[in-house]
Design a protein around this ligand. Structure first.
Ligand code: BTN
Length: 315
């Protein structure tokens, strides 16, 4: 842990309160004044008092590894965090790091992506400083047939974090969208590279209506809630939920399937899917323990559909 992380952790543990110089010196030693100055230069409003110590008044709207770590606690996902001002796609950076031996749980955030991508090669808009655009290196040790669990677990984590942060009724649209009021607020792109999975998540946090093309049925947390959200707090909350749901994906997945079903807008719907040249329609019946959708065809047959392979044409 860096000294800056340790200082910020003490501030976040006592929101709005002074933290004593003794306590702060225990983590920063003689470098305390220099570390505080550095945080102030990064935009942290920190008040000092000769006897009471220091207190944090406001944090800048800027993602930093130190501050996300300071709010995260003990998790595997996010034990190491990198933040870039700009990348092509965080999924590519994470894949490169994985290829170079990065351990499970390394997270790559970018304030802006120039080539953010969604499923089926679609572009993913990633305006600077408005959202959470990030990718996680996973080494899941799951059978190939169960890899869909990762996307399902991630969608439950995103829905939970959004619900907690905003109180809004976040829903999950199979296979990989989180929606509010029928409009997409987050997308998930899981890409497999042998035994490695790169989990990419885009969450529209403080995007404004003019950040989206007019015909896109998208929204952001700020549009839906009417207020700006703290992206750093949300990033930490989201990583904590992802850490928990991912652990379930590897151990006991049934509670995640039940939670997914509770928030799903897809179950019970008549769907039209496209798989390459093939068009399939049927009734969305359930999600199975591998994270595949069970679709009841008109002839009564049940077909298992893996989200990665399909485009949802109509629900
Ligand atoms: C989709 O809805 O089609 C998936 C969108 C995934 C977007 C995220 S943003 C971070 C990561 N990097 C990318 O290039 N894509 C994912």
């Amino acid at each position: 842990m860096t000294v800056a992380t340790a200082i910020l952790e003490l501030f976040h543990r006592a929101p709005g309160q002074f933290v004593s110089p003794d306590l702060l010196r225990r983590v920063a030693g003689n470098a305390l004044a220099a570390e505080i100055l550095e945080l102030q230069q990064l935009g942290y409003a920190i008040e000092s008092h000769p006897h009471l110590g220091y207190r944090l008044i406001a944090s800048p709207d800027r993602l930093t590894a130190d501050d996300i770590r300071a709010r995260l606690g003990d998790t595997v996902l996010g034990a190491e965090i990198l933040v870039f001002e700009k990348t092509a796609s965080t999924n590519d950076v994470a894949a490169y790091l994985a290829d170079s031996g990065a351990r499970e749980g390394v997270v790559v955030f970018a304030e802006a992506q120039t080539k953010g991508r969604g499923r089926h090669g679609r572009a993913w808009l990633s305006p600077r400083g408005k959202g959470l655009w990030f990718s996680i290196v996973l080494r899941p040790n799951l059978a190939p047939a169960a890899m869909s669990r990762i996307t399902v677990a991630a969608s439950v984590a995103v829905a939970r974090a959004v619900r907690q942060a905003t109180g809004l009724d976040a829903r999950i649209k199979w296979p990989n969208d989180v929606t509010i009021g029928g409009r997409k607020v987050a997308g998930i792109l899981t890409e497999l590279h042998g035994a490695v999975a790169i989990l990419g998540i885009g969450l529209d946090v403080n995007c404004r209506p003019e950040d989206f093309p007019v015909d896109l049925p998208a929204t952001s947390l700020s549009i839906a809630s009417g207020r700006l959200l703290d992206r750093i707090a949300l990033a930490a909350a989201l990583l904590r939920e992802l850490d928990q749901t991912y652990r379930c994906a590897r151990q006991d997945f049934n509670p995640i399937v039940a939670e997914w079903a509770q928030w799903s807008t897809t179950l019970g719907q008549q769907l039209v899917l496209r798989m390459g040249e093939r068009r399939i329609d049927g009734h969305a019946q359930a999600l199975d323990s591998d994270g595949a959708l069970l679709l009841r065809r008109d002839n009564g047959q049940i077909e298992r559909i893996l989200g990665a392979d399909v485009i949802l044409e109509r629900s």
